[in-house]
Every structure is written in structure tokens, then in C-alpha cells.
Design a protein around this ligand. Sequence first.
Ligand SMILES: CC(C)(COP(=O)(O)OP(=O)(O)OC[C@H]1O[C@@H](n2cnc3c(N)ncnc32)[C@H](O)[C@@H]1OP(=O)(O)O)[C@@H](O)C(=O)NCCC(=O)NCCS
Length: 219
Amino acid sequence: MNNSIHPEAGLASAAAATIPGSATANPAPPADAWIRQATVDDAAALAELAATTFPLACPPVMTEDDISGYIAEHLTEARFNSYVANAERSVMVVEEPDADPGDSSSTRVSRRLVGYSMLIHTPPLDVEVQAALTLRPTSMLSKFYIRADAHGSGLSHQLMNATLSAAAENGSRAVWLSVSEENVRAQKFYAKNGFRTVGGMNFPTGRLVLRDYVLERAV
Ligand SMILES: CC(C)(COP(=O)(O)OP(=O)(O)OC[C@H]1O[C@@H](n2cnc3c(N)ncnc32)[C@H](O)[C@@H]1OP(=O)(O)O)[C@@H](O)C(=O)NCCC(=O)NCCS
């Protein structure tokens, strides 16, 4: 399985592509970004990225304590270590040259993680989700996050392409996900990428039970 996209060859050809099932051509991605499967060496950087980007998806009803509580429980370096090492999950990262690498005397090109995704390849446990989905076997898109300064850059579409490919390579016929009813930006993005709403589910987090839409698409 080839889970990396070369910064020049891969992304250059992907830039002109249209995602199957989507009516929209991809925006041109930055030429020096790189998408690959995560390793345990990424765990610390993934935890930092996740803590930075998780709040971007949170509805206003979540307080700072709700958000920090979720991060402390689910988005730690230890968690990402186990996610990356788990064969029933696929974690993909987008990295690009770091504009502020710190040590200017170093000749090594420093790179930073800009986004990540995580698939879970086991069947859904939630009965509402089980009833809503129409295609099996399926992978859950559990996480999909891009740093705010890269929104609208096209990187999210490149990461989606790589993530859908990883699901297909793991034998899934479809990918499903849940998205907050209030996260309109993500809903628009998923619609452009061929997902359709098939139901809803509860999303319990700390003291709150939020309501999500359930979306699905074939791969
Ligand atoms: C969701 C995400 C991956 C999409 O990536 P992106 O690069 O922003 O996606 P795009 O720019 O291609 O598409 C977003 C769409 O929402 C629109 N949009 C941007 N901000 C918006 C807002 N505040 N409200 C509604 N729509 C908005 C954009 O205009 C665009 O629509 P258009 O193509 O019709 O103009 C990215 O925004 C992100 O990481 N968000 C934070 C984390 C998150 O919400 N993850 C999903 C969890 S389920």
C-alpha cells in the first residue's frame, strides 16, 4: 500500500482531479505539501495538532472546560501512539515546510503537520448509525482536521482523496462520518466531496450530549 503522495509528482497530478461523486473540481493544493500515513514518531506532533484544531469544530455550547476535558481524555500523545499502532485504524497526515523552523542555522528542511485524518475500520456500534448506513463494509472517518491557516487551500481535498483511498485499500465499500449540526463549513466540505446525509446520532462529550448528522459515501 502506498500511503504517501510525493510533493511534486503526486500532488501535481492530483491538483487537476475531480473527486468521484463530487461535482466540484479540487482547488490547486500547495506544491510542497506531502500526505503520508502517520507513524508513532508523529504522536507528539499529532497531539499538538489535534489540540489546536479540535476547538475549530466545536459548537458554541461547549465551554473551554468541555473542550480541554475532551482534549485531555482523547487527544493526548499516548492516545495517538495507540491510534497509529492500531491495525484497525488508518491515520494520515499532511505536512509542509515550516515557515518558522526556529533554528535558522540548520540546513535541514523543517516540516510541520498541517492536518490529519483517522479512519476506524471496525463496524459501527451505535444502533442509530447501524440503521442509517446503506453500504457495508464501511470505515468511520473519525477525525478530519486542517489548521485554520490552511483552510481553503485545497489541502483538505488532497487529504480526503488519500483518506478515501486508504478506506478502499482496507476493503471498505464506503466511508461514514458524523458532523455537528452546527458545523456548516464542514458540512459544505463533505457535500463537495460526495458525502450525503443518511441520518443522525448522539455525540456524548463530558456533561453534554450533542447532536450530529450522519453522512456516508461509497469509495
Ligand atoms: C472541515 C475542513 C476540513 C474543510 O476544509 P476547507 O479547506 O475549509 O474546505 P473548503 O474551503 O474546500 O470548503 C469549505 C466550505 O465552507 C465555506 N465556509 C467557510 N467558512 C464558513 C462558515 N463559517 N460557515 C459556513 N460556510 C463556511 C467555504 O466557503 C467553502 O464553501 P464553498 O466552496 O462553497 O465556498 C476544515 O475547514 C477544518 O479543518 N475545519 C475545522 C475542523 C472540522 O470542522 N473538522 C470536521 C469535523 S467533523
